[in-house]
Design a protein around this ligand. Structure first.
Ligand SMILES: C[S@@+](CC[C@H](N)C(=O)[O-])C[C@H]1O[C@@H](n2cnc3c(N)ncnc32)[C@H](O)[C@@H]1O
Ligand code: SF4
Length: 385
């Protein structure tokens, strides 16, 4: 029988929780600290990697992802030590993908070459915008020009470079977004993540929005128009959508993120990192202690940084798989979904959603259409109601 990691891949996520400054829109587990004991952090990652290897040694590793926070602030020696340790443990696929997230303020050629020598073969740069006024509003420490230089620097070292942009920002017109996106495309990348600005509770933007101090956000209609225009521009520039916010030249998709969306197995290491994987017949949901200092001291004290794990029921697993795979243009594998839970989907509502043109079913896959994608949450609740 095909194991889940053989069906949908096996990846390792490593979370580096530090940034140079905290962006006002960001609710990632990221912190500013002037006092990072690099040796202690390296030791902690190595010991957690070993702990997690013990119950996953039979799996072949497809991807490693250094996310954050800002992993491009990590010394190259730390990255090298961690990758060397990983490679000394697991068997790896011939196409092992090792991605590192980078902030434009911490990209320099020599360190990037060291990352490459260490085994990193893909970089994802947080550009966010090419417009200086918008970058200031987003609390970024770089200009548009510096972001362009950062992408070009990354491209001079790595073949696979992705970057992130945030749109539907304060006071952004659709025309301005079109021009910004076209300039971004002229950088000639093979992957882009294009996120609509989300106002998250507990962030500076969230607090400002609550008291009416975040003016100029687009209406729902304008956001929807921006989304539609984005799809048109990206498709005609050979970077079609493959997931709600992700575009790639075919074959250049993020293999690591595909593991999440296809319901594969992944281990999460570092403060607040989540994992999902089969251990024998049980699918485990894991999360590590969120606070960076507590994570580090817990490892010293207890020998691991994890919170108690839970075992997912088949119906929970089915629901997670549906919610993740519905984001993909390739859609949901209905045969696989049926192996988890035969009763999850409401077949009457499927008929209705098909009639409305919000989903289609082909070759035993269910796909949310371009018309359904902007209302994905409503489509999902209909599917399971
Ligand atoms: C971990 S960061 C990427 C690397 C690096 N920390 C940086 O910001 O340059 C992940 C990405 O999530 C996106 N993001 C974070 N918060 C967001 C929000 N509230 N709305 C939309 N996108 C957001 C940004 O595009 C960001 O680049
Ligand atoms: S967006 Fe990136 S740089 Fe800004 S706080 Fe979040 S993780 Fe850090």
């Amino acid at each position: 029988m095909v194991k889940n990691w053989q069906r949908a891949g096996f990846g390792l996520y490593i979370h580096w929780p530090f940034c140079q400054s905290k962006c006002p829109y960001c609710d990632f587990n990221s912190h500013v600290s002037s006092n990072i004991d690099q040796e202690a952090w390296t030791e902690a990652y190595l010991s957690e990697i070993s702990n997690n290897y013990h119950f996953s040694s039979e799996k072949v590793l497809n991807t490693v992802f250094f996310g954050g926070g800002t992993p491009s602030l990590m010394p190259s020696k730390t990255i090298e030590t961690i990758i060397t340790h990983i490679l000394s443990l697991w068997k790896t696929s011939n196409q092992l993908e090792i991605t590192l997230e980078a902030n434009p303020t911490s990209i320099d050629v020599s360190r990037f070459k060291e990352y490459r020598s260490a085994g990193v073969n893909r970089v994802s740069v947080g550009v966010q915008s090419l417009d200086d006024t918008s970058l200031k509003c987003l609390g970024r420490l770089h200009t548009g020009k510096e972001a362009i230089i950062a992408v070009q620097t990354a491209q001079s070292v790595f073949d696979r470079v992705s970057f992130d942009l945030i749109y539907a920002r304060q006071n952004q017109t659709i025309k301005a977004w079109e021009q910004e996106l076209l300039s971004a495309l002229s950088l000639g990348t093979n992957h882009m993540s294009l996120y609509q600005l989300t106002i998250e509770d507990g962030t500076v933007f969230g607090d400002r929005a609550k008291i009416g101090k975040l003016p100029g956000l687009p209406s729902e209609d304008l956001s929807a128009d921006m989304y539609t225009l984005t799809q048109e521009i990206m498709s005609s520039n050979r970077l079609p959508l493959y997931e709600v916010s992700n575009h790639a030249f075919p074959g250049e998709e993020s293999r690591h993120n595909l593991i999440y969306w296809r319901g594969g197995d992944f281990i999460g290491i570092g403060p607040g990192a989540h994992g999902r994987y089969y251990q024998g017949p049980k699918r485990k949901a894991t999360v590590m202690t969120k606070n960076p200092n507590k994570w580090l001291s817990q490892i010293k004290r207890l020998g691991h940084g994890a919170e108690p794990s839970t075992v997912l029921s088949k119906s929970d697993e089915a629901l997670e798989y549906l919610m993740m795979s519905a984001r993909l243009v390739e859609g949901t594998d209905l045969k696989f979904l049926d192996t988890l839970d035969l009763n999850l989907l409401n077949y009457n509502n499927i008929k209705g959603l098909k009639k409305l043109g919000l989903i289609f079913v082909k070759n035993e896959r269910m796909v949310v259409t371009p018309e359904g994608r902007p209302v994905l949450n409503s489509v999902l609740s209909e599917l399971i109601s």
